[in-house]
Design a protein around this ligand. Structure first.
Ligand code: CTP
Length: 444
């Protein structure tokens, strides 16, 4: 499916709109076709003409354009698309999507489509971190929308933090991964299947909103907390890096973003589990519906995990620092005449091994293996050495973009063998992993 797909690209208003043009080019380079919908706000940043010249198709701009409606209704618009992509997805568009609002072509198309949706949010850091936006994003995730980014970085407004739209290449990667994962159409109950559009004259604009069959907007039922295949189970998850202090202002760290561990926590909560997420310092928000314990160092992480037990499942996705400075200085270390200080290192406790071999061992213990070579071989060795049931192994060499990125290509290594998954959005990896766990806990 990855080759020759048709993408309906909805471009929202924001400085990142210009990157949507690069996304169209990138998709074309990969052999995919796009058709554009530009919101009124988006048209302040780029023109319909630039989208139309790159896609080689009409760029649709307004629901009240009778000509467009006659030729291509808002329901029809996504019908021959394999995926609907919103880039940039503004706070406004995300809010409308999460709440089922439709007052222009973009939001009406999004509400009326039965195709999978992928969004690339872009907005000011405070807008992104605002509880209202996070609530809306959480709702979209639960509705099955794939979310790519946003990235950390300097914003057009001069602030720094999460909110920059993911790069076009990363969005194109996520689009292909989403297409490969299949399930492009959201299944509707048989009695609500879409019928082909009738060739009759389009109704006047004031009737257009009511033309959509309300049932068309159905999405798979959302699993409410406390219900679902992991209801009644307690899942403990570690995520993110650890920071090991050198002195009050410096620390040893690594590049882990926490995206994969947080996505698993979210997916487990969506499946009805009680989730305790022990997170190292990350710049992504806490997932909703999860108890989050924030820690800094490996030793704090171990203490928090032990406190959270007993559990039915423990998943160790954190990139724990293997070493800490044996004696962190209480004062800031100053440059001296004797050159750089010699930092004596001490080994950190292995949290996974301690829990897997401990008295309170959960029924299922899962470890991660971040490798840059001989991925499977090293994962097999870790499975044995640490005493866990499954190792989720991935290649974190810089060229894979996995560390800190939105996609992950994992191998599941257990005593039964190796199962390799294609490159998928981290949310998708999380959902698949949780589905496996649910199977393991299904009553016989
Ligand atoms: N882990 C842990 N505590 C540590 C080190 C690692 O809980 N002190 C867990 C990680 O969360 C992961 C697994 O062990 O689930 C493997 O981590 P990884 O960093 O890949 O392996 P290490 O044991 O650190 O071995 P190495 O760095 O030599 O590859």
């Amino acid at each position: 499916m990855a080759n020759g797909a048709r993408i309906l690209l909805i471009v929202g208003g924001g400085i990142a709109a210009y990157k949507a043009l690069e996304l169209i080019r990138e998709l074309k380079r990969r052999g995919h076709e796009s058709r554009g919908v530009l919101t009124q706000a988006g048209a302040h940043f780029i023109t319909p003409l630039s989208i139309a010249s790159l896609t080689g198709d009409v760029c649709y701009t307004d629901i009240f354009s009778l000509t467009d409606e006659a030729e291509m209704g808002h329901i029809e618009l996504s019908r021959d698309a394999d995926l609907v992509v919103v880039a940039p997805a503004t706070a406004d568009l995300i809010g409308k999507m999460a709440n089922g609002l439709s007052n222009d072509l973009a939001s009406t198309t999004l509400l009326a489509t039965d195709k999978r949706i992928l969004i690339a949010p872009a907005m000011n850091v405070r807008m992104w971190l605002h509880p209202a936006t996070q609530r809306n994003v959480e709702t979209l995730r639960r509705d099955g929308v794939t979310i790519v980014g946003p990235d950390n970085g300097e914003m057009a407004c001069g602030e720094y933090g999460p909110g920059r739209m993911a790069e076009p290449v990363a969005i194109a990667d996520a689009i292909e991964a989403r297409l490969k994962a299949g399930g492009n159409i959201i299944a509707l109950p048989p009695e609500t299947q879409l019928r082909p559009a009738s060739p009759v004259q389009s109704p006047p604009p004031q009737q257009m909103m009511s033309r959509a069959n309300p049932k068309v907007a159905s999405v798979p039922p959302r699993i409410l907390p406390g219900k679902g295949p992991l209801a009644g189970r307690h899942v403990v998850i570690t995520s993110g890096p650890t920071h090991e202090p050198i002195d009050p202002v410096r620390y040893i760290a690594n590049r882990s973003s926490g995206k994969q561990g947080h996505a698993i926590a979210r997916a487990a909560a969506d499946a009805g589990a009680k989730v305790t997420l022990v997170s190292g310092p990350v710049s992504i928000p806490d997932p909703a519906g999860v108890e989050v314990v924030h820690v800094e160092s490996a030793r704090d992480m171990l203490a928090a995990v032990e406190k959270a037990l007993p559990a039915d499942i423990a998943i160790f996705a954190a990139a724990v620092a293997d070493w800490r400075v044996a004696t962190a200085s209480k004062e800031k270390i100053k440059k001296g005449a004797n050159g750089p200080p010699a930092l004596a290192l001490a080994e950190n406790p292995d949290i996974l091994a301690t829990v897997a071999k401990g008295r309170k061992r959960p029924r299922i213990v899962i470890g991660f293996a971040a490798e840059t070579q001989k991925v499977i071989e090293h994962a097999r060795a870790k499975l044995k050495k640490k005493g866990c049931d499954l190792i989720v192994a991935n290649d974190v060499s810089p060229e894979t973009g996995i560390m800190g990125g939105d996609l992950n290509a994992v191998h599941l290594v257990s005593a039964d063998g190796v199962e390799s998954w294609p490159s998928l959005p981290k949310e998708e990896v999380a959902q698949r992993l949780v589905r496996k766990l649910a199977e393991a806990f299904r009553p016989a």
